[in-house]
Design a protein around this ligand. Structure first.
Ligand code: PXP
Length: 248
């Protein structure tokens, strides 16, 4: 699996003081050098962390790929089409939430989602829909024309008992298999950390994990380079025999 590093919280720290530092653009470069396969930022309607200036600079400096998390709001869709990042993930957005709370209700607003997917794809952006691991949402995602979904792993990550965690893992496994049957490609993320991420290797067809909070929280203690390297090792998994072997 690949690792997309969400750097929103670097911008959160900057915005607390309305200062210039820490700069998410510098953070993206460090994350890429430490093994990130992509950089994710959420351009929120209220611009509470990532600013337009960040996206503009990241588009010029990120050497892997930039994934823009975004709502369906017309102003944000217009900005995204102008930015044309490598990919975009459509998420629901509420001002009062501290982070994205649930998956996008694709089934309930299929026509609107389909219009946004079409607009972004015309602008050359690969679209993914952030959905709960629920069949009705996944089949709607396939109908929308988006090539990817990102499965919401929040219920799995928040599970407090082993039984609850295994049930949530089984739901993700079924959802990923169903998405694959529907012709969708699969990413996943939300709430994943250094202790639960290894179980994501048991979910079939997942190509990429998007992880933010756990990495930035660890980075405060040990530095961003180390925090990304540790997570990349867990996400990339063991190097297969014959690949990457060191000569004695
Ligand atoms: N994927 C999506 C769609 C998200 O909205 C977020 C949170 O910004 C994440 C992944 C990363 O979640 P976390 O910060 O809990 O790792």
């Amino acid at each position: 699996m690949k690792l997309g590093v969400n750097i929103d919280h670097v911008a959160t720290l900057r915005q607390v003081r309305r200062a210039a530092l820490p700069d998410p653009v510098a953070a993206a470069a460090i994350a890429e050098m430490a093994g990130a396969d992509g950089i994710t930022v959420h351009l929120r309607e209220d611009r509470r962390h990532i600013q337009d200036r960040d996206v503009e600079l990241l588009l010029r400096t990120v050497t892997t790929k930039l994934n823009l998390e975004m709502s369906l709001a017309p102003e944000i869709v217009a900005r995204a089409c102008a930015f044309h990042p490598h990919c975009a993930c459509l998420v629901p957005e509420r001002r009062e939430e501290v982070t994205t709370e649930g998956g996008l209700d694709v089934r309930g607003q299929l026509a609107a989602v389909r219009r946004v997917v079409r607009r972004l794809e015309r602008a050359g952006v690969i679209v993914s829909l952030f959905v709960d691991p629920v069949r009705a949402q996944i089949s709607a995602a396939a109908e929308s024309g988006a090539p990817f979904i990102e499965l919401h792993t929040g219920v799995f990550a928040r599970a407090r008992t082993e039984g609850a965690r295994m049930r949530a893992l089984a739901a993700l496994q079924r959802a990923a298999a169903f998405a694959h049957e529907c012709g969708l490609r699969v990413n996943a993320g939300h709430g994943l950390d250094y202790h639960n991420v290894h179980l994501m290797h048991q979910v079939p067809f997942v190509e990429e994990l998007n992880i933010g909070h756990a990495i930035i929280a660890r980075a405060v203690m040990v530095g961003l380079d180390r925090a990304v390297r540790d997570m990349a090792a867990l996400v990339h998994g063991p190097v297969p025999m014959g690949q990457g072997a060191q000569k004695p």
